[in-house]
Ligand binder design. Structure first.
Ligand code: GUN
Ligand code: ZN
Length: 442
């Protein structure tokens, strides 16, 4: 018998185990054409083939029928900025000019609590309507930006990691603080929010160029005081940025070396981008068990460069996918995977659908050190998942009809899919979002 509160019948796909090679991932993939998922409140009780599961139902019809849908673990977005939601698609600049011209002025608005609360609600509805159930999120330098975001996430019951930006130089005065202020305000936020329900705190120095040695020392002190918090920052995204770090921190041999010097590498340290890394930096990421966030739409939009997936795999560095909104151009993980595929194509690496969906789910969870809690349908894990409608346009209908197996179906979904394919998003065993019905012509 299974102790359950709800059951859902449909087509399921997940990856049973964390792995490095595409072959290992495929060997651990699970596809149920007709499966039955049992939930016990907010927990996965079991996922079984229909024929095995049906006898465990209290009544033959005691399930939600989603047989025409595909059910996946919820998407994990390992890097994005909620205050940049309102500036997606800012024209014409690469990273450093883009920050000066567009980003800093927009972030200044988060001093206003009401603005932060309104945008937090909007941001969360964007995550949910795109099937994203967990995210690692940048706030702004203002503590109230993080209070607003965590309050909204708590209301939804979402597993989320976030933090206040820390920065004390090379940014407008209205967005900078002293290292002491940064330390004190961050500490208060940790005490208020870290490990409250499903919320967790990430120490969030923006990046090395906006940090003085004193600021990074303050981050180090906080990490020593609160060793189970996360560290979330940017690394080696753009070549002018890399040159600038070299000029600002001449005593360090590499960009990552700056963070490493302050003990900010390690498990639960997530570095966004990592495009222009030296060999020794890859080795350091591996040896310290640090993670990278691969953000394809952002890297292409800002012209930053191509993330080296093959090297990441070869060096066995933890990696998850990030949308990096608002340098990234979508909240949608399907569209983000399509761009990841193209980034790989340009480097003669073939990103399979199996590997791509792994990175978007269990792999992302692993990069955030949350794979014990989320990322697949393993019994005992938290019930966060997304119910996809694989066919919502005439073109998808045409193409889907000729698909032969689950991998071709998934690949079509990531190539042609978008938010219209997200039918329902479930958080903590409850449907937290549902799309309106769509008519598919033809
Ligand atoms: N590097 C430092 N700050 C940022 C930011 O806001 N976005 C991106 N993409 N890179 C950064
Ligand atoms: Zn970013």
């Amino acid at each position: 018998a299974v102790n359950y509160t709800q059951a859902i019948r449909g087509q399921f796909f997940d990856i049973a185990k964390v792995g490095a090679s595409p072959e290992a991932l495929k060997a651990n993939a699970r596809h149920l054409d007709d499966g039955l998922l049992f939930l016990n409140g907010g927990t996965i009780a079991a996922l079984l083939p229909w024929e095995e599961g049906r006898g465990l139902l209290r009544h033959e019809t005691d399930y939600l029928d989603s047989r025409d849908k595909l059910i996946l673990p919820g998407f994990v977005d390992t890097h994005l900025h909620y205050p940049q939601t309102e500036m997606i698609g800012a024209y014409g600049e690469q990273l450093l000019e883009w920050l000066e011209t567009y980003t800093f002025p927009v972030e200044s608005q988060y001093q206003c609590r009401d603005h932060a609360a309104r945008m937090s609600a909007f941001f969360l509805s964007q995550l949910l309507s795109n099937g994203t159930t967990t995210a690692l999120v940048f706030g702004t330098v203002h503590p109230q930006s993080v209070d607003a975001l965590f309050s909204a996430a708590e209301h939804v019951g979402m597993r989320m990691i976030a933090g206040k930006v820390m920065m004390d130089r090379n940014a407008p005065e209205y967005l900078t603080e002293t290292p002491e202020q940064s330390y004190r305000q961050t500490r208060e936020l940790i005490l208020r929010w870290h490990k409250r329900g499903r919320l967790n705190y990430a120490l969030t120095p923006r990046f090395a160029p906006t940090s003085s040695p004193e600021l990074l020392a303050a981050v180090q002190k906080l990490r020593e005081e609160f060793p189970d918090t996360w560290v979330h920052t940017h690394l080696s995204e753009n070549s002018s940025e890399v040159d600038w770090v070299k000029a600002l921190w001449p005593e360090h041999a590499s960009y990552l070396g700056v963070y490493h010097h302050y003990n900010l590498t390690g498990k639960r340290s997530v570095f966004a981008h990592g495009i222009h890394l030296q060999e020794c930096e890859w080795d350091c990421l591996h040896e310290t068990d640090s993670s990278l966030a691969f953000c394809p739409t952002s890297n292409l939009f800002l012209g930053s460069g191509l993330f080296n997936l093959k090297q990441c795999q070869h060096k066995q560095v933890r990696m998850g996918i990030g949308t990096d909104v608002g340098a990234g151009t979508t909240f949608n993980m399907l569209q983000t995977l399509a761009e990841a595929y193209k980034v790989a194509q340009l480097q003669s690496y073939r990103l399979s659908a199996c590997e791509a969906f792994y990175h978007a789910t269990l792999g992302g969870a692993h990069a955030l050190d949350l794979d014990g809690k989320i990322g697949n349908f393993q019994t005992g894990k938290e019930a966060d998942f997304v119910i996809l409608d694989p066919v919502v346009t005439p073109l998808q209908k045409l193409r889907y009809a000729s698909s032969r197996d689950i991998y071709e179906k998934l690949f079509i979904l990531m190539t042609l899919g978008d938010d219209r394919n997200i039918w329902q998003t479930w958080i903590d065993g409850k449907c937290a979002w549902q799309r309106d019905a769509l008519e598919v012509a033809a």
